[in-house]
Design a protein around this ligand. Structure first.
Ligand code: F6P
Length: 364
């Protein structure tokens, strides 16, 4: 095995609080512990294809651990194995993976650290199978990656959503309204569930438990009868009625997962108003969940993941992802992290806890 002197790092997919803390930890650990050089690719995998990069030294990562976004830029639409270009005014797709690997070789990058969620890790796994020495770090506010207890960024998103619920409570109560908060999470209900429990929601709607409108209306009426003339509903963007479908907001054809969800909150609000005549308002929290400073938990887990990823590279744990298991950061094969999305267990402890608190999931 060739000695590792220079590593690459990139941030792929949607941005997420804690990315800079990982970049900082990777760079520091690589330089301080092993005397390596670090190349940061710009805008995710696009930077690998187009050989757009910057060298990262201690100065470049100084003072970024608490900041949001990514100093390297990111993209959730550029897949080197299906790379979009406009040729003669026409959209065309090319396999640019060999070109990306040639750029790694040209730059003398001996190993690559990919910081990404489900889509980026699928791409990372394909590169690993093509012979790239690669280690992954689990990123996503959705917390939907298997084989790790938590992805970094999730807890900051929950914090933001929970604070939004606290704020919505006051208007709900003052105006005797139903207030709906639509949160992100793609096909998993983790943000909705965690924020709903911590923010005191009356109704939590998640993709894993399809809802019935009449159950939600019953809950609202029940509260009215108890002289609680307002209700708070938190709904995951992927939530859906029993027998119905998820609401797709847009399609991004160049993306690894082209579907962008959104709009279920407004649909539900209309249905509640139509069948109960109770004034209902919607807040779509959107990208506020991805933005801003990571909370201390995410700064710490990001730092641990970044350092562990460098150790994994030096221990030649290629094709692996760093992962939190209980108190320990370990490595697991990337394939185990991506073979199925980690979803909320409808029978699990968290759902049962919520039910015991009187929260309804709209299913009964
Ligand atoms: O995966 C992170 C995420 O924020 C999802 O929760 C959401 O569905 C999606 O990305 C939104 O993507 P975009 O920024 O392309 O709208």
């Amino acid at each position: 095995m060739k000695k590792i002197n220079r590593i690459g790092v990139l941030t792929g997919g949607g941005d997420c609080p804690g990315l800079n803390a990982v970049i900082r930890a990777v760079t520091k650990a690589a330089i301080i512990e092993y005397g390596l050089e670090v190349v940061g690719f710009q805008d995710g995998f696009k930077g690998m294809v187009e050989c757009s990069y910057r060298m990262l030294d201690l100065k470049a990562v100084s003072g970024i651990g608490h900041t949001g976004g990514t100093i390297l830029g990111s993209s959730n639409r550029d897949n080197p194995f299906n790379f979009h270009r406009i040729v003669d005014g026409q959209s065309q797709y090319f396999d640019e993976s060999d070109r990306a690997i040639a750029n790694l070789n040209k730059l003398g990058v001996d190993a690559l650290i990919v910081i990404g969620g489900d889509g980026s890790l699928h791409i990372a796994d394909q590169f690993y199978r093509k012979g790239v020495n690669l280690v992954a770090v689990p990123k996503t506010i959705d917390n939907d990656l298997s084989a790790t207890d938590v992805t970094f960024g999730f807890n900051t998103a929950v914090n933001t959503a929970s604070e939004a619920l606290d704020r919505l409570h006051t208007t709900a109560e003052s105006h005797h309204r139903v207030m709906i908060l639509e949160v992100m999470g793609r096909y998993a209900g983790w943000i909705s569930l965690y924020a709903g429990i911590s923010g005191g929601a009356d109704v939590i709607l998640i993709p894993e438990i399809p809802y019935k409108l009449e159950c939600i209306i019953n809950k609202i009426h029940q509260r009215y009868e108890q002289n609680k003339k307002f209700s708070i509903i938190v709904i995951a963007e992927g939530a859906l009625p029993a027998g119905g479908e998820m609401v797709v907001q847009r399609l991004v054809p160049t993306s690894h997962d082209p579907i962008r969800l959104g709009g279920i909150g407004n649909k539900l609000a209309q249905e509640i108003e139509d069948s109960s005549e109770i004034e209902t308002r919607v807040t779509v929290l959107g990208h506020l969940q991805r933005g801003g400073m990571p909370i201390p938990y995410d700064r710490i887990i990001s730092s641990r993941y970044g350092v562990a990823a460098v150790h994994a590279v030096m221990n030649e744990k290629f094709g692996h992802m760093v992962s939190l298991r209980g108190e320990k950061v370990e490595t697991v094969p990337i394939v185990d992290a991506i073979k199925e999305l980690k979803k909320v267990d409808p029978q699990g402890d968290l759902v049962r806890t919520a039910r015991a608190l009187g929260i309804t999931f709209g299913d009964r």
